[in-house]
Design a protein around this ligand. Structure first.
Ligand code: AMP
Length: 467
């Protein structure tokens, strides 16, 4: 829940503010004008008794107010920038703010609003205490304000892969490292491949539901060492449970050894971004990289080092949701250790590795921070290849000479500064993920509050009033 609030706060804030009126007792949703009058005339008829309703067909709102036993109807204007107002009146970001204001100032109405005409279908019987004309978060008067329509995108927490398939206690009882072959349906569709074999699409049947899965199938001719590597990856993944990390469902030993994972259908981040340069905004990239920092913070807090963080190993669930994957090189650190020391160098992704990894074979969350910086560079250059055509040893000399990659075109300065800090030579001086997450979050929240709308809200007709 905490991570949902942190990562989805800007979207949630917009959603709550722009739909707040729907929870108000004075909001009657779509009723005809005559029905509005009937409701106002039922019971006491004091001056200022009011209700708000959706206007039929137009998608705008109307305000109906009782004064001197007569009902007056007003159209609530909704301008191009998404603001609500009475004609010539003060503009507000949301309908509930306008109503709260009209309780204090008539702004052209026959009277100020007083008593709500309570919607008989409203769950809240009494008038809720709504803060008076408060400006929250993105709802600023200066600068751009997005039109207050509900966001039309799926939030990560609304997807099936936000929570573990085992989050339900009933399902948790069934959780085992080894899963049964008969619960697994394997599709011929190949999602990707590696030297171990291929990754196939499939479905895993649980007692109450079926989930889409990605299945890493080990080639039968592989040596025992490859099998051992896959088992080590499974053991690490089995211990992790975070919305921004691909979860393992289990291991299946059947016609081949298979590692069954949650599905991240849109594939690796580098390919995803390079094929959608024109569709994905820098803010959107920031959102995805913030999610990666949340996943890495979880690893840091739980004493795991990833050792292979790169855009190719960040998988995309949808345009607004990414998860860290590929734990083939990952290690769980001992309780008293803050680094892992590799005995020998292996087939390492040198361009993503911090100097202490290459020089002393020492891997820590701080060396993952270095890799996160490279991953940021890849993401903000929309799938660019780091260090161009340089080979591993050339990259090492480049870093030792205190050189760093240039800022990707269009990448914000704040983001580039963070990248550069991830590439501080001495690991003790490098920020940890707690700091990295906080910095990218602060920047992401600041830009997402100013984001222009994807499309202009329909301009409300400035019809003659009262309607
Ligand atoms: P890997 O060996 O883990 O890097 O996987 C190889 C490729 O398989 C990746 O680059 C993806 O295209 C695909 N893949 C791996 N895991 C998943 C997953 N959980 N969901 C969707 N595709 C995946």
């Amino acid at each position: 829940m905490e991570q949902a609030i942190i990562s989805q706060a800007p979207q949630l804030e917009k959603l709550i503010a722009t739909t707040a009126h729907e929870k108000m007792p004075w909001y009657h949703s779509k009723i005809a004008r005559q029905e509005g009058e009937r409701r106002l005339y039922s019971g006491a008829q004091p001056d200022g008794k009011f209700l708000v309703r959706d206007r039929e067909e137009s998608g705008t709102f109307a305000l109906s107010v009782m004064y001197g036993k007569t009902t007056y109807h007003y159209q609530i204007l909704h301008d191009k920038s998404g603001k609500y107002s009475m004609p010539e009146g003060t503009k507000f970001d949301t309908v509930w703010q306008l109503v709260e204001y009209l309780k204090m100032k008539p702004d052209g109405l026959v009277t100020i609003l007083r008593e709500p005409c309570v919607n008989p279908n409203c769950a809240m019987a009494a008038t809720p205490t709504v803060p008076p004309v408060r400006r929250i978060g993105f709802l600023q008067t200066n600068g751009y304000t997005p039109p207050p329509k509900a966001p039309d995108r799926t939030l990560p927490m609304d997807t099936s892969v936000y929570e573990s398939p085992y989050s339900d206690p009933e399902a948790l009882k069934e959780k085992k490292l080894f899963i049964k072959r008969e619960q697994l349906m394997i599709d011929e569709v190949e999602l990707g491949s590696g030297n171990f074999g291929s990754v196939k699409k499939g479905v895993y049947k649980m007692r109450k539901k079926q989930i889409d899965v990605a299945i890493k199938v080990l080639k039968s001719e592989n040596e025992k060492s490859v099998k051992d590597e896959m088992m080590k990856e499974a053991e690490i993944m089995h211990q992790l449970d975070n919305p921004y990390i691909v979860r393992m469902i289990g291991i299946c030993q059947a016609e081949s050894l298979m590692l069954v994972m949650e599905m991240a259908a849109s594939g690796p981040l580098n390919k995803f971004l390079s094929s959608r340069k024109d569709q994905i905004s820098v803010e959107n990239v920031t959102e995805l990289m913030h999610q990666v920092s949340l996943g890495m913070l979880y690893l840091e807090e739980n004493n795991f080092v990833h050792r292979d963080l790169a855009a190719r190993n960040v998988l995309v669930v949808n345009q607004h949701y990414a998860k860290i994957s590929d734990f083939g090189l990952s290690k769980a650190l001992g309780a008293d250790d803050n680094y892992y020391k590799a005995r020998t160098a292996g087939k390492w992704p040198l361009k993503w590795y911090a100097p202490e990894c290459i020089n002393f074979h020492k891997f820590s969350s701080k060396s993952d921070v270095w890799s996160y910086g490279i991953t940021m560079w890849e993401a903000f250059s929309y799938g660019g290849k780091p260090y161009k055509k340089m080979k591993g040893p050339e990259v090492i000399n480049f870093i030792v000479a205190e050189k760093r990659m240039d800022c990707p075109t269009g990448c914000p300065d704040v983001i580039y500064t963070l990248m550069m800090d991830c590439w501080i030579y001495k690991h003790v001086e490098r920020p940890d993920f707690a700091k990295v997450e906080e910095r990218i979050r602060t920047y992401y929240y600041s830009v997402s509050k100013k984001t222009p709308p994807e499309e202009n809200a329909e301009e409300a007709a400035a019809a003659a009033l009262p309607i």
